[in-house]
Design a protein around this ligand. Sequence first.
Ligand SMILES: C[S@@+](CC[C@H](N)C(=O)[O-])C[C@H]1O[C@@H](n2cnc3c(N)ncnc32)[C@H](O)[C@@H]1O
Length: 224
Amino acid sequence: MLNDTTQVTPSGGSTAWARTFAVIYDPFLWVGERTGLRTLREQLLSHARGLTVEIGGGTGLNLPYYPNDLDGLILVEPDVAMSSRLEKRLRGGSSPARVVDASAERLPFADGSVDTVVSTFVLCTVDAPDLALREIARVLRPDGQLLFIEHVRSDSPTLAYWQDRLAGPWRRFARGCRCNRATAELIVTCGLELEHVSETSWHAMPPILRPLIAGRACPAKTRG
Ligand SMILES: C[S@@+](CC[C@H](N)C(=O)[O-])C[C@H]1O[C@@H](n2cnc3c(N)ncnc32)[C@H](O)[C@@H]1O
């Protein structure tokens, strides 16, 4: 039980664990980044254009891969432990990006004002992914795009069973991350159309996190 002085962070859990998680985040991903994820991030982000908003920027692992000719790069990050590392990374580099304290469920941008939204390993963590996806659809211009890499629920019944079994402990360890979320299915029910999706595997990670999807979605065309 939490005592009166224990601080609770937006994703739940104590501030101490939030800080620890932010510190171990990059080392935990290190091997996976070097065995494929870095290349996947680079390929995906080469398609970013115009005014770009990254939700859940985390520690800033995507920063090296953004094109230089964006009209602007805004990193939305509600977790103080993560955003302080993000700010530190920005200070050490040349990116003109700025960090905004907001959540994906409530984006501080006007309707149809953003060209590209980026989400890498965030739709698994947001509390209300349906709200977040509708917000993304709202802020995107009609010709805008969502670029994503997400780990998802497995098509294999055996692995999906283990994802369900381990969802609780994993969520507590990983600050709200759901390892069994069917994110591709959610994207298409929340005002977006999948234009391209590739399925791949997150190497050097626990099996419950390995099924990955990467791709691009666009605001659904209203028929009339
Ligand atoms: C697993 S990390 C991914 C970080 C980074 N995008 C990456 O690719 O390494 C998930 C991030 O989403 C953030 N997050 C959690 N809930 C969020 C929300 N409701 N809106 C926006 N970001 C959120 C977390 O603070 C964390 O930085």
